[in-house]
Design a protein around this ligand. Structure first.
Ligand SMILES: [Zn+2]
Length: 477
């Protein structure tokens, strides 16, 4: 038990919203100076934090002509009729938030503000796009893409495709969470409604394929039976009559979402009025989370069809590319990857063979300077590994030889310096003294060293610098 107190807050929200994720503590009183909340679960702690944020007293900014605290709370039309797609309302206030975003507040609205795991609605107000809706300090702010057209009456249009999708996903989550809870006692501790997928976190470290299939089957049965999805406002005293899936922390005006004889849950979101409208639920996959939790991904409604369509398209492309039927795609993909690995090995072996021939050619054409055989070469875009292999082959197959190799790309230079055992010049010294010319880094030992840097000067100039050092070191001896 955690007790939060005291907390100075002005709570002006009129209606209660209770959600299985973020229940809203609501009171009709205008000012509460000491607020004591008993937190029963972690979820309630989150919800109370949200409510505290929402209840914070905020001074109106200079930019705002919002009538703020004085106006009546916005009437939430989405609670009267969740199917309302257009409405008329009067302006109550307008302003700019801290980030300079324009908003208007209306006397009533069908726009659902972000809350309870459900994203906000979008749409238009007098033809201007509403891109975000938030409930702040008890007022519902409609954020507009451009200044409002009109200063009194507004006609609002909801993006219905988006809203109905949210209603399907949200109601589907209730059904799926209840199925997991009723059948296996697995509690849902959070819900995420994403743009493509939804997820719930279950309070368990493990889930079997059979359990997931069973929960999914129960959920789809509830949908097929087309049970009603009812909402009911109740008081704390009336709560006792319901077997709630999760305790609620509110004390007044609690909104219950009820699927008779299946699920009773506090929630402030929007849902269709019957389970049949959820269409179907498909669990996609699940993954382990920290603290003994499991995230189950799923989709409902039209998203099931979208997922099927998208996945079938990918499957069709893969069956053509891999020339295998759907059931053998994983086998065919494994085989193709295995072949690539084998080919890479073969290519490496063949490249090394070629490097051996190349090394012999370099040995034959080495210049004889200061009584030493010097091999110098500048390559374009040659990997460091090949430079090293080439240098190694030359120094293994010749005596009295010193090798200076450079590879240049558009903006980088790499170099390898190597020698046969019978030469005493220290290759690491040679490389370390040259790298500053190209702001480079590298290292090695007496016999072989390498490094790379920017193409601050031409490859030919680097080679000349290397040769000058070699000459001075050899003539010192
Ligand atoms: Zn809900």
């Amino acid at each position: 038990m955690v007790v939060l107190a005291p907390l100075l807050a002005e709570v002006v929200t009129e209606s209660a919203q209770v959600h299985d994720i973020s229940a809203q503590v609501v009171t009709k009183s205008a000012q509460i100076h000491i607020f004591t909340a008993q937190v029963v679960t972690n979820l309630d702690l989150i919800s109370i934090k949200l409510d505290c944020d929402r209840g914070r007293i905020k001074e109106p900014t200079n930019e705002s002509n919002n009538k703020g605290a004085n106006h009546m709370p916005t009437k939430k039309l989405y609670y009267q009729d969740q199917y309302l797609q257009s409405f008329t309302a009067n302006l109550q206030g307008s302003g700019k938030d801290d980030q300079g975003r324009l908003y208007v507040v209306l006397d009533q609205t069908a726009f659902y503000p972000t809350g309870g795991g459900q994203p906000h609605d979008t749409g238009t107000l007098n033809g201007v796009n509403v891109y975000d809706v938030e409930e702040v300090d008890g007022e519902i702010r409609h954020y507009l893409e451009e200044p409002a057209k009109g200063d009194h009456t507004f006609i609002g249009e909801i993006d219905w495709e988006r809203r109905f999708d949210h209603m399907q996903q949200h109601a589907g989550q209730h059904i799926l969470s209840a199925a997991f809870d009723n059948e296996f006692g697995l509690k849902t501790v959070s819900f995420h409604l994403g743009t493509e997928l939804c997820s719930i976190d279950l309070e368990t470290a493990n889930l079997t394929d059979e359990e997931a299939a069973q929960a999914e089957a129960i959920a789809n049965k509830i949908i097929l039976e087309n049970r009603p999805l009812e909402t009911k406002w109740v008081t704390e005293n009336e709560l006792a009559a319901y077997s709630l899936r999760k305790a609620v922390s509110v004390t007044d005006d609690i909104r219950l979402v009820i699927i008779p004889e299946f699920d009773y849950n506090g929630c402030g979101g929007t849902h269709p009025d019957s389970c049949g409208q959820v269409q179907s639920i498909k669990i996609l996959h699940w993954e382990k989370q920290k603290k003994q939790k499991l995230r189950v991904y799923f989709v409902c409604g039209s998203r099931v069809l979208q997922q099927l369509g998208a996945k079938h398209q990918v499957t069709q492309q893969l069956t053509a590319t891999l020339n295998a039927p759907q059931k053998k795609l994983d086998e065919a993909a494994d085989k193709a990857l295995q072949q690539i690995k084998e080919h890479e090995k073969t290519i490496d072996t063949l490249k090394l063979e070629l490097i051996k021939y190349e090394a012999n050619a370099f040995i034959e054409h080495a210049t004889f300077t200061h009584d030493r055989n010097i091999v110098q070469a500048i390559f374009q875009d040659r990997p460091m590994r090949e430079l090293q292999q080439l240098a190694k082959q030359i120094t293994m197959n010749a005596t009295n030889v010193l090798v200076l190799l450079i590879s240049e790309t558009d903006n980088k230079l790499q170099l390898v310096c190597s020698k046969s055992d019978d030469i005493l010049v220290n290759m690491n010294d040679l490389v370390q003294q040259t790298l500053p010319l190209i702001n480079g880094k590298g290292g090695g030992n007496r016999s072989t060293a390498q490094g790379g840097g920017d193409k601050a000067i031409a490859a030919e100039q680097v080679m000349e610098a290397l040769m000058n050092q070699v000459s001075s070191k050899l003539s010192d001896r």
